[in-house]
Design a binder for this molecule. Structure first.
Ligand SMILES: [Zn+2]
Ligand SMILES: [Zn+2]
Length: 453
């Protein structure tokens, strides 16, 4: 998830029973026995997991030691490509620089895309872990190393168990999620248009978050906000502070914009249409008695619906232009889009179907619903570009006992570091166990049974 949103991914602020309850049962490394063919196929695919977990833990710790920033994930990408090639995948590397895909064509059926992001953050690690970052000022503080490890684990199980499903599996390792441009860059590099991979029928992804490991959280429909960061430059006419009548003051112009732009939230969107506008930067002038010739404002706009989003962005632009006009500026303001994340929309039917498999495998007590989060994510672009449904769920990553202790003491915010914290330290197990099994199970749910006629 994006770096401006370190606190929002905590589906425990309204604490559900599943989180509150005793997390007594250890997460099984293999599925419980069951009767149906789908159950049998899942059990067969997941059965080798016990023999893989030690290698996955070593992989995770290695990735954690070697974090790489967005579009620089060369080491991570090379390891992903090496493992996928060994698993029999048709591998493409270097998509948008460091993006990697693996394709496994395995008979008729749907194309299922599983996605992981690879990038780390410019954070100095303070976890004290013995596998902490060895790169100064760099850290996997958002858990993308968990995502890479889990996807490689699932890709391995699904390849080894290919006799138990039919269809085409695409696994995708994306650069630069934190800056919101990795998914877009892979699409622009021809991911679908140049058929680097088959266009998927469904996109599945997960994100580790600071609630109890062993749990999965989900949100049907709009799950995460669209986020647009804009820079608006207001042009005035500078001059001496003693003679404002000879100037067009860009500070007054931009200050009026900052005030009035909040009226979009208060007066142009309905109360049910959640929108947040935040002006986070205002820069103009250097001196007390000089009126500068420009002012630069940076703001972020968050929304949960594409039509609301476009209406609000149009209103922001309208107000900027109107304030320039009102001030008598002879040059219109300029707007630059700094970054842009789509609404993350979970397809309700896909979510319900996959959750049926999660419930069968993990038990109902390990799943809980949460409210839409104001944070943002670019995985949805991979789905909308394919006109395919998306399901993106949250994977609990914190030590359950520590989480429950903090919860009971009312100290979640103080004691459980959120994503992007220098103390963010997912517990290795059962997080990896749940993450690998969830991805493989979700894929099997969307693939078909093999034709055994
Ligand atoms: Zn993230
Ligand atoms: Zn993040």
């Amino acid at each position: 998830m994006s770096d401006r949103d370190s606190d929002r991914a905590r589906p425990g602020t309204r604490v559900p029973d599943a989180v509150r309850g005793p997390d007594a049962d250890p997460v099984p490394d293999t599925a419980a026995p069951s009767a149906s063919a789908a159950h049998a196929a899942r059990e067969a695919v997941l059965a080798p997991f016990d023999t893989r977990i030690a290698d996955l833990v070593a992989l995770y710790e290695d990735l954690h030691r070697h974090p790489e920033l967005g579009f620089q994930e060369t080491r991570t990408a090379a390891e992903a490509a090496r493992r996928l090639t060994g698993g029999g995948y048709d591998v493409t590397t270097g998509i948008a620089g460091t993006g990697v895909t693996g394709v496994l064509r395995n008979g008729p059926g749907p194309v299922v895309l599983l996605r992981a992001d690879m990038d780390a953050l410019p954070v100095t690690e303070r976890t004290g872990l013995d596998y902490a970052s060895t790169v100064p000022g760099r850290m996997h503080a958002c858990g993308h190393d968990v995502h890479v490890t889990c996807l490689l684990g699932a890709a391995d199980l699904l390849a080894a168990g290919r006799a138990h499903w039919s269809g085409t599996l695409v696994v995708l390792f994306q650069p630069a999620e934190e800056v919101g441009s990795g998914a877009r860059a892979m699409l622009d590099a021809g991911l679908y248009s140049e058929r680097l991979v088959p266009v998927p029928d469904v996109v599945l992804a997960q994100h580790v978050a600071p609630f109890g490991a062993g749990l999965i959280a989900y949100c049907s429909g709009a799950a995460m906000a669209a986020a647009d960061s804009l820079e608006i430059t207001f042009h005035g006419t500078g001059g001496h502070g003693s003679r404002p009548e000879t100037t067009v003051d860009p500070i007054l112009m931009a200050a009026s914009f900052v005030q009035r732009v909040q009226s979009v939230v208060a007066r142009e969107v309905a109360s049910r249409e959640q929108v947040v506008i935040t002006v986070g930067s205002f820069k103009a002038g250097d001196s007390a008695n000089v009126i500068p010739d420009r002012a630069v404002v940076r703001l972020s706009v968050r929304s949960f619906d594409e039509s609301v989003r476009s209406r609000v962005l149009a209103a922001v632009d309208r107000i900027a232009r109107a304030e320039a006009d009102a001030s008598g500026a002879d040059r219109a303001p300029e707007t630059e889009i700094l970054d842009s994340f789509p609404v993350t929309y979970n397809d309700p039917l896909t979510l319900r179907k996959v959750n049926e498999s999660f419930t069968e495998l993990f038990g109902r007590q390990r799943l809980f619903a949460y409210d839409p989060a104001s944070g943002s994510e670019d995985a949805g672009l991979l789905a909308t570009a394919a006109d395919a449904p998306l399901y993106y769920w949250w994977l609990g990553g914190w030590d359950p006992q520590e989480f429950h202790t903090a919860l009971a003491a009312g100290r979640l915010a103080q004691d459980i570091p959120s994503n992007h914290s220098p103390r963010f330290a997912p517990v290795v197990r059962p997080t990896l166990t749940m993450g690998v099994q969830a991805l493989a199970t979700a894929a099997l749910n969307r693939l078909e049974a093999p034709d055994i006629a």
